[in-house]
Design a protein around this ligand. Structure first.
Ligand SMILES: Nc1ccn([C@H]2C[C@H](O)[C@@H](COP(=O)(O)O)O2)c(=O)n1
Ligand SMILES: [Zn+2]
Length: 164
């Protein structure tokens, strides 16, 4: 059948598009172990905000620690802002009520609190490598109680190449 005059096939699905944007955002992270990206989308599929894990403004990527072990004050954990929280805080447009969050790693308990309070109703996540930790177990407990829906991103194995 002649395809002339018909729409192009093979375009990105909404989930591929927004998870792709979240992953691209994660590529800005300086964290040597886990680069996490997030993209917040309105109910009608408009991108509202993005974020990645990093230190707060004024806290130098070269001076604050990126380590994972040892004295807690010498690890990243007390200083880093998670991608989801950065995406929420980066939003300047008002309410996030009813929004969807695409994130490359399942949200921790602290981000879950912010997600719930911001009114985000749906989470699409890719990796859940910390599923057995108290932080993620508590996160799911709160998200369930608050009626925030979450589902795993269905990887399509599509390779998206961008030359810059
Ligand atoms: N949902 C999440 C979970 C973690 N992060 C950040 C926090 C750290 O920078 C990194 C995790 O480090 P790891 O323990 O894997 O070395 O990812 C986030 O942004 N969002
Ligand atoms: Zn978090």
């Amino acid at each position: 059948m002649d395809k002339k005059g018909q729409k192009r096939q093979g375009y990105l699905s909404w989930d591929e598009y927004f998870m792709g944007v979240a992953m691209l955002s994660g590529m800005r992270s300086k964290d040597p172990h886990s680069q996490v990206g997030a993209c917040i989308v309105s109910e009608d599929n408009k991108i509202l905000s993005m974020g990645y894990n990093g230190f707060p403004k004024g806290c130098s990527d070269d001076e604050f620690p990126w380590g994972r072990e040892g004295d807690p004050l010498d690890t990243k954990y007390l200083y880093v802002t998670h991608s989801e929280l950065n995406a929420i805080l980066n939003y300047r447009g008002g309410s996030l009520e009813g929004a969807k969050l695409y994130v490359s790693l399942f949200p921790c308990n602290e981000c879950a609190k912010a997600i719930i309070q911001a009114g985000i109703r749906t989470i699409v996540y890719d990796c859940d490598k910390y599923a057995d930790t108290p932080s993620v177990i508590a996160s799911k407990k709160m998200l369930d109680a608050a009626g925030v829906r979450y589902y795993k991103y269905n990887r399509t194995d599509r390779e998206i190449t961008i030359k810059v």
